[in-house]
Structures are given as structure tokens and as C-alpha cells.
Design a protein around this ligand. Structure first.
Ligand SMILES: NC(=O)c1ccc[n+]([C@@H]2O[C@H](COP(=O)([O-])OP(=O)(O)OC[C@H]3O[C@@H](n4cnc5c(N)ncnc54)[C@H](O)[C@@H]3O)[C@@H](O)[C@H]2O)c1
Length: 397
């Protein structure tokens, strides 16, 4: 029997406690340390774990104290987004494997810094992964697989839409929320980043983005609560991104991938539609006149490709939020043990972050932006604003 990896969770807030609970229930992980700048947060999380019947982890106010105080294999960075790099750097420098909550960080210079640190750490046998738990949802695994292996034929387009609702109280609940410095953005960076990441995963590397943002329904925040963008991907596919936290009562996070041989829709992490043409004869028989469905009897195959709890309308997956992180932890543990790349690398997270940052730069400058330029630092100096920085005649905001 292999010994569980010893995990330290840094940042015992909402998601850090979630990591700790997931890890306690994971056969390959043992929580040995909880770190929070606010001591009561760490001790409160430790109380919670003890009540679950496991050994009490040590609690410290800094990552350095935790590293000095106990034996640790893997560090989970669950601090506010703008603090991910400094904490990951401390863990990697101490020879620990690292998992960083999404997003990678909030700025491109820091994200590049962490990519360089992760590359250096890889040469020392250390794994660095970034949480993108929905890449492990069976529905998204099926869709990305069909997009990548040609099942959908030529992928022509995709749409990602996150139509959620966050009250003013949500933004007022933490000083860092809704700030460019520590939240890194609004509806796209904080809420939509997973769905944008899934679209990018399925459609490939984005080439150029063109966007508009608005702050339409909240006060006392710097960032957008609504954004739209169009994206041209390197393979020629075209995409649409729409994210808002002002869609009362809060609807779903949804993305669709369309191709010449098949298409799919994922709604709130479950398959809403999936179809691949069974053979070329069927493709050739496609009607030249019908609009909605070119092929008679194009059956929805969603129930054939994933278990019932991953199909819209099927039974609910027990504790779906925990299941997502648990699936990704299984991948990270395997990457550590097998000395291989994790399913979500820092480089992949860097591309998704650059897409989000590119969206903000495009909205700020009022022009299309190349993602490679964002990654290479061309726009590092752009200070994002909501709406365009270039005033237009008659603009009120
Ligand atoms: N994967 C997901 O679905 C998901 C969901 C929610 C949040 N997140 C991400 O998780 C991160 C944290 O979000 P949250 O909602 O838990 O925030 P939170 O404010 O509830 O918790 C953050 C905690 O970090 C602590 N902290 C701050 N600086 C620290 C430091 N230097 N060392 C140790 N602890 C420190 C704070 O005291 C706080 O307790 C963010 O990056 C967020 O984007 C991911």
C-alpha cells in the first residue's frame, strides 16, 4: 500500500476548507498543515477536520512556519488570487509539489514568473498543477476528446456563457473581492474563468480576442459584472464569450462546441447534447434544405458517452463540487507518483489566463488583441478599466 501524500493547505477560507475536506476523504492524501494569515481561520478549519475524525493538522500563520514545522509533500495554494505566486514560490523553493487554485494569478508578469518557476521545479522532479476541476468532469472530458480526436470533424465554433447572479453583499463580503489587484477582474476572471478555460481546452489556442465590458448592476467594485467577447482560434475556429454576475436569479454556466461532423453542449458541468455523425453516408445524406436539423433522426447520444449523473436531467452526482476537486487531486497524485505532467499544467493555465487578460486589454483599448502579444508582455503596462478607456461621443459611463 502506498503512503498518502502529506498536504498543506495555504489559505483556510472558503476554498481552502473545501480542499481540506476533499483531501480528508481522499485515500491518497493526508492533511498535515493548515495555514492562514488569520489564525482563527486556520484553527477553525482544523476544528472542522478533527470533528471529521482525523488527526488534527498543525496550524500556522505563514507557509514558512508550516514547512519548517512538519513533513509536507504537496502544498495547495488557496489564498486570494493575487497572492498565488509568492506562496507557490516559497513552496517550490522548499522542494514541495504545488497545486494552485485558479486563476494562476491576476497579472501576466506574475503568471510568467510562476511558469518559469514551475519549469525549473519540473527539472528538479516537482509537479506544479493549477486547479481547473471542470476539465475532469466526464461531460467535458467527452467533449474535449471528440474535439481533439476529430470526432466532431472540423471544429468551426464555440460559445461559452456564464449567466450568474452575485448580490452586492457578495462583493462586500471581502475587501479583495471586485478589485483588479487581488481578484484580477470580475465576472470573467472570477466566475467565468472555468468556462472560458473549457472552451479554450476544446477549441485550442486562441489567436485574437475582441471584447467589451460593463459594470451595470453593482456598486463599490472596480471590475466588470458583465462582459462579451469574440475569439479567433489558431485553427481558424471562432468563439463567443459571455460572462455576467448580473443575471438574476442566476442561470447556468454553459458552453457549446460545433463542428462539421458533430456538436455538443455542456450545461452546468453536465452533457445537454452530444452528437457525432455515425458514418460518412449519414453526412452525405444531410438535407440541403433543413435549417435546424440537417439529418433526419440525428439522435442525441449524450446518454451513450457519460454516466447518467453527468447528463442534464439525470440523477445528481453526490457532492459534485467535492467530486470535481477529488478527480483533479487523483490526477495530481498520479503525476507526482509517476513523475509525469499533471492534466492541467501551468502552461495551459497561462494560456487561459492570457485569454482573460486579453479580453480586459481589448475592452480597455477598444481594439482586437493577439493572445501571443499578451503572453509575451506587450500589454503588461495596460491598466484595465471597465468599458473602453477611449471616450466615445455621448458616452455616459
Ligand atoms: N476552483 C474553484 O471553483 C474556486 C472556487 C472559489 C474560489 N477559488 C479560488 O480560491 C482562491 C481563494 O478564494 P476564497 O473564496 O477561498 O477566498 P477567501 O477570502 O474565503 O479565503 C482566502 C484566505 O486566504 C487567507 N490568506 C490571505 N493571505 C494569506 C497568506 N499570505 N498566507 C496564508 N493565508 C492567507 C485569508 O486570510 C483567507 O482566509 C481564489 O484564488 C479563488 O479564485 C476557486
Amino acid at each position: 500500500m502506498t503512503t498518502p501524500l502529506k498536504l498543506a493547505v495555504v489559505g483556510a477560507g472558503v476554498i481552502g476548507r473545501h480542499h481540506a475536506r476533499v483531501a480528508v476523504q481522499h485515500p491518497d492524501l493526508e492533511v498535515v498543515a493548515l495555514v492562514d494569515a488569520i489564525p482563527a481561520a486556520a484553527t477553525g478549519a482544523a476544528d472542522e477536520l478533527e470533528a471529521m475524525g482525523v488527526a488534527r493538522p498543525i496550524t500556522t500563520a505563514t507557509i514558512e512556519e508550516a514547512i519548517a514545522g512538519t513533513d509536507i509533500d504537496l502544498v495547495a495554494i488557496c489564498s486570494p488570487s493575487g497572492m498565488h505566486v509568492q506562496l507557490a514560490e516559497a513552496a517550490l523553493a522548499a522542494g514541495k509539489h504545488v497545486v494552485i487554485e485558479k486563476p494562476l494569478d491576476t497579472t501576466m508578469p506574475r503568471a510568467r514568473q510562476i511558469a518559469a518557476l514551475a519549469a525549473d521545479a519540473r527539472s528538479r522532479g516537482l509537479v506544479t498543477s493549477v486547479i481547473s476541476q471542470h476539465r475532469f468532469d466526464p461531460a467535458s472530458v467527452a467533449v474535449a476528446g471528440a474535439a481533439h480526436d476529430g470526432g466532431f470533424g472540423t471544429v468551426t465554433s464555440g460559445v461559452a456563457s456564464v449567466a450568474w447572479y452575485r448580490s452586492q453583499g457578495y462583493y462586500d463580503s471581502g475587501d479583495w473581492r471586485g478589485t483588479w489587484e487581488l481578484d484580477g477582474g470580475g465576472a470573467v476572471m472570477n466566475q467565468g474563468v472555468h468556462t472560458v478555460d473549457l472552451l479554450v481546452w476544446a477549441l485550442g489556442r486562441p489567436e485574437e480576442i475582441s471584447a467589451q465590458t460593463g459594470l451595470l448592476a453593482h456598486d463599490r467594485i472596480e471590475v466588470e459584472d458583465t462582459a462579451v467577447a469574440t475569439v479567433r482560434f489558431r485553427n481558424g475556429a471562432l468563439g463567443v464569450i459571455h460572462c455576467t454576475t448580473a443575471a438574476y436569479p442566476g442561470l447556468s454556466a454553459r458552453y457549446a462546441v460545433y463542428g462539421t461532423h458533430g456538436s455538443a453542449i455542456v450545461d452546468d458541468d453536465r452533457l445537454a447534447y452530444f452528437h457525432i455523425a455515425p458514418d460518412t453516408a449519414t453526412l452525405e445524406s444531410a438535407s440541403t434544405t433543413a435549417n435546424a436539423t440537417a439529418v433526419a433522426g440525428a439522435v442525441d447520444q449524450k446518454s451513450d458517452v457519460v454516466p447518467p449523473e453527468h447528463v442534464v436531467g439525470g440523477p445528481t452526482e453526490p457532492d459534485h463540487f467535492a467530486a470535481g476537486h477529488a478527480r483533479q487531486y487523483t490526477d495530481i497524485v498520479a503525476a507526482v507518483r509517476e513523475g509525469r505532467e499533471p492534466g492541467v499544467t501551468v502552461d495551459a493555465a497561462l494560456v487561459s489566463l492570457a485569454t482573460v487578460r486579453g479580453l480586459y486589454v481589448s475592452a480597455t483599448l477598444g481594439k482586437p488583441v493577439r493572445i501571443d502579444d499578451v503572453i509575451e508582455g506587450v500589454y503588461d503596462d495596460v491598466v484595465p478599466v471597465v468599458g473602453t478607456a477611449i471616450p466615445t461621443e455621448g458616452a455616459t459611463r
